[in-house]
Design a protein around this ligand. Structure first.
Ligand code: ASP
Ligand code: MG
Length: 443
């Protein structure tokens, strides 16, 4: 059994839903995880915002517009009165829930989460109606019946595994199973979600729970590219990535895969394949626990980075200095991405600068503080086990004409991070591609 997850753009129009239906129906009994149609979750967020502000007409108008949009999708997607009726009932149910919050008390966060859940409930209902119309026998596995988090917000793997397996056993003759990405219940049984972009996480959790043969993440790009196609020409999809490499890339900006998605699949040793809905025959990228092959695979960049340097004579030969510095970041709940140390100073980077002035103020107790804003982390990913020779050299050679603020290497076997000014980002990405990937056709 495979788990196939289709993102918002892949189910963004009636035509796209039909296309996904075709892809999902061609292979044998799989679990199909769907996101909300693209734009819907943002609209639901907006509805929540109007309600928080007590702006009922704002919420009502937004709901009306959403309803009109779905009515158009229904008439384009479904041909039979039966199919249209089935879909209208489901969409109507979601609209009624949204409208109920305009009439009665808006209950804050719990209500907001119920609002946000409607996107995936609607997209899966449309897919179910469509597949039925195609003469298939899809079985809905309601995510709210098996996807659950613990008190600490982590998935309750035991519960999820037990419940989804039982739901599947009840329907052994299904042509395929459909379920909602992103939505879940929390430890109190209330409707909740796995955070924005969480459908990838759903797919990975389900894959682990049913011990799937493969988890497929279908998007509108043909795999994880070796550089950012928005800025660099001639990028190519990477054939194979190690889970650790994928995790670095996902975190450092390759938007194609949500970072949380990697861990459950990696632990359960289930390969994740990234595929393109618009080019289903393309091989895409396969992410697994591959054997290392000594190669650099890809480059990504993370924007809006601030570097902070703390220089102090007191650090010399002293212990406990780093601890005091880190304590301050912990106090302000600001996580550090990259660091470099010397005998008399330490530089760190953060991507959340909302508490920066308080942090800098406290750091001044320990030394002289310098802040560099508008920086970018270039993340070079591959098999960078330290015995492999030459990889660091190629990276730095590529960047020989670019001022480098920090370098971090050796933190893992899979990554070199280099901090440069945002104004040098494009040139740096292009130079890295030229040096690292030119002529390298079969990665
Ligand atoms: N619909 C949710 C979002 O837009 C979850 C997802 O698409 O992964 O964030
Ligand atoms: Mg990210």
């Amino acid at each position: 059994m495979k788990v196939l997850k289709f993102g918002g753009t892949s189910v963004g129009t009636a035509e796209r839903i039909k296309h996904v239906g075709e892809l999902a129906a061609t292979s044998a009994c799989n679990i199909v995880v769907l996101s909300a149609m693209s734009g819907t979750t943002n609209t639901l967020v907006e509805i929540g915002e109007y309600l928080y502000k007590g702006n009922i007409p704002g919420a009502q108008e937004t709901i009306n517009a959403l309803e009109t949009k779905y009515a158009a999708v229904i008439s384009e997607l479904l041909d039979t009165p039966d199919g249209r009726n089935r879909a209208s009932v489901a969409i109507g149910r979601s609209m009624a829930i949204l409208r109920s919050f305009c009439r009665g008390e808006f209950g804050g966060e719990d209500a907001e989460k119920e609002i946000l859940a409607q996107g995936e409930l609607m997209s899966t209902a449309l897919m179910e109606a469509h597949l039925l119309e195609r003469g298939l026998r899809p079985v809905m596995l309601p995510a709210l019946d098996f996807m659950r988090t613990l008190e600490n917000g982590e998935p309750d793997m035991e519960y999820i595994t037990d419940r989804i397996r039982r739901l599947i056993e009840l329907e052994p003759d299904a042509a395929l199973y459909i379920t909602q990405g992103y939505i879940c219940r929390n430890s109190q049984g209330k409707i909740d979600n796995l955070k924005r972009g969480g459908s990838d996480y759903t797919a990975s959790l389900i894959g682990a729970a049913v011990d799937a043969e493969e988890i497929q993440i279908w998007t509108d790009i043909d795999g994880m590219h070796n550089n950012d196609p928005r800025y660099v020409e001639g990028t190519r999809p990477v054939g194979t990535l190690h889970f650790e490499e994928a995790a670095e890339l996902a975190y450092f900006g390759a938007k194609i895969l949500h970072p949380t998605c990697v861990l459950p699949a990696k632990l359960a040793n289930i390969p994740v394949r990234l595929l393109n809905t618009m080019a289903p025959e393309a091989p895409g990228t396969i992410i697994c626990n591959t054997v290392p092959d000594g190669r650099i695979k890809a480059v990504a960049a993370k924007d809006n980075i601030t570097a902070i340097k703390i220089k102090s004579g007191r650090m010399l030969l002293a212990y406990g200095f780093l601890h005091k510095i880190f304590d301050i970041f912990e106090k302000y709940r600001t996580s550090i991405d990259m660091m470099a140390t010397s005998e008399v100073g330490v530089s760190v980077t953060v991507d959340d600068d909302s508490r920066l002035s308080a942090i800098v103020d406290e750091l001044k107790d320990f030394g002289t503080v310098t802040v560099d804003r508008d920086m970018v982390i270039l993340c070079i990913v591959g098999d960078l086990e330290w015995h492999n020779r030459g990889a660091e050299t190629s990276v730095l050679e590529a960047l020989r004409d670019i001022p480098v603020r920090m370098i971090s290497y050796g933190g893992s076997n899979y990554n070199i991070s280099v901090l440069v000014q945002a104004s040098d980002k494009l040139r740096a990405l292009r130079l890295l591609s030229e040096r690292l990937f030119a002529g390298n056709e079969n990665d």
